[in-house]
Write a protein that binds this ligand. Structure first.
Ligand code: BT5
Length: 261
C-alpha cells in the first residue's frame, strides 16, 4: 500500500512550536531534505524553516554514507542559526538526537537509546539517525526516523541492523511524530543555548554506548571500554595504554568480554 502523501496543513494543525517548523516546506520526493534546507538557508530563510519529504532519493548519512529513505519514514531537516561558539556546535547533533528519541518515546511509547555519536537505537537495531551539517552562520539539523518503513524492503546490508516503528507493531501517525520532533527539538535547542552541558547530560542518560566494550573505527581501529562522552561530544575510551579521546568515527559495540584495562 502506498503511504499517503504528506499534508502540510495536517502537520501544521496542532503544531505547538514558536519557531521551528515555521515555515514548513513539504515535498513528495527530493534528493535530500538537508540539501533543500541548505538552499533555503543560503537564500536567507529564517531559523526554524523546516523541510519534510515523503521520500528521499539521495538521503545521506555521515561521511557520505547512504541513508535509505523510502516513503513512510520521517525525513526532516531544520534550519538553525545558533548563537554558539564554534566549539559548541558539535553539541547540536547530540541535542537533535535527544530530541528525536524523546519524541519517539512520547508518540510511540518505545524507549529509545542513543549510540555515539548520533544513532537512535531500539533493541540493538538502528531506528534513526541525525546528520548536522554546518554552513557559514547556519546549521542544518537532519533527522531520519524509520516510522512506517518496511525494514525487509531495505537493502539487505541496511536491513540487517535496522528497525522501524511499524516493525515493532507501532503504527504511529507521522504528522503527530513530526510535530513532536519539532517541539522537542525546539526545547532541547533552547536548552543548548542556555546550558549546553545539561543537554550532554541528557544524552549520557540515554546512552547505550557507555560502560561497554567497543571497537572504534576512526583514523585508526582500536578496542577499549567507552567510559563517557564529554561535554564537547568526544567519546573517551579506556585502552591498555590510557584514555583516548575520539572526536569522529564509528563505534561498534563488542559482544566479546571486555578487555582488562
Ligand atoms: C546517520 O548517518 O545515521 C544520519 C542519518 C540522517 C538522515 C536524515 S533524513 C533527513 C536528512 N536528510 C538527509 O539526507 N539526511 C538526514 P550514519 O551514522 O552515517 O549512518 C549511516 C548508516 O546507517 C548507513 O551506512 C547504513 O548502514 C545505515 N542506514 C542507512 N539507511 C538506514 C535506515 N533507513 N535505517 C537504519 N539504518 C540505515
Amino acid at each position: 500500500m502506498r503511504p499517503p502523501v504528506l499534508r502540510r496543513d495536517e502537520i501544521e494543525r496542532g503544531l505547538q512550536t514558536q519557531r521551528l517548523g515555521r515555515p514548513l516546506h513539504v515535498h513528495d520526493r527530493v534528493k535530500s531534505t538537508n540539501d533543500v534546507a541548505r538552499e533555503l538557508a543560503e537564500a536567507g530563510a529564517p531559523e526554524g524553516t523546516a523541510v519534510l519529504a515523503r521520500e528521499q532519493t539521495g538521503g545521506r548519512g555521515r561521511m557520505g554514507r547512504r541513508w535509505a529513505s523510502p516513503p513512510g519514514g520521517l525525513w526532516l531537516s531544520v534550519v538553525l542559526r545558533p548563537q554558539l561558539s564554534v566549539a559548541e556546535w558539535t553539541r547540536l547533533g547530540f541535542a537533535a538526537s535527544v530530541a528525536a528519541a524523546a519524541a519517539v518515546e512520547e508518540v510511540a511509547g518505545v524507549p529509545v537509546g542513543l549510540k555515539w555519536p548520533n544513532d537512535l537505537v531500539v533493541g540493538g537495531r538502528k531506528l534513526g539517525g541525525v546528520l548536522v551539517e554546518a554552513g557559514g552562520a547556519y546549521a542544518i539539523a537532519g533527522i531520519g526516523i524509520n516510522t512506517n518503513v518496511q525494514v525487509e524492503l531495505l537493502e539487505p546490508e541496511i536491513a540487517a541492523a535496522a528497525t522501524s516503528l511499524s516493525a515493532m507493531g507501532r503504527n504511529v501517525d507521522l504528522a503527530a511524530l513530526v510535530r513532536r520532533v519539532l517541539l522537542e527539538l525546539e526545547h532541547h535547542y533552547g536548552m543548548l543555548q542556555r546550558d549546553g552541558p545539561a543537554v550532554m547530560a541528557k544524552w549520557r542518560e540515554r546512552s547505550i554506548t557507555l560502560g561497554r566494550a567497543v571497537r572504534v573505527i576512526g583514523a585508526d581501529v582500536f578496542d577499549g571500554i567507552a567510559e563517557t562522552v564529554d561535554d564537547d561530544g568526544a567519546l573517551l575510551v579506556r585502552t591498555p595504554s590510557g584514555v583516548r579521546r575520539v572526536f569522529a568515527g564509528e563505534v561498534s559495540l563488542r559482544e566479546v568480554e571486555a578487555p582488562r584495562v
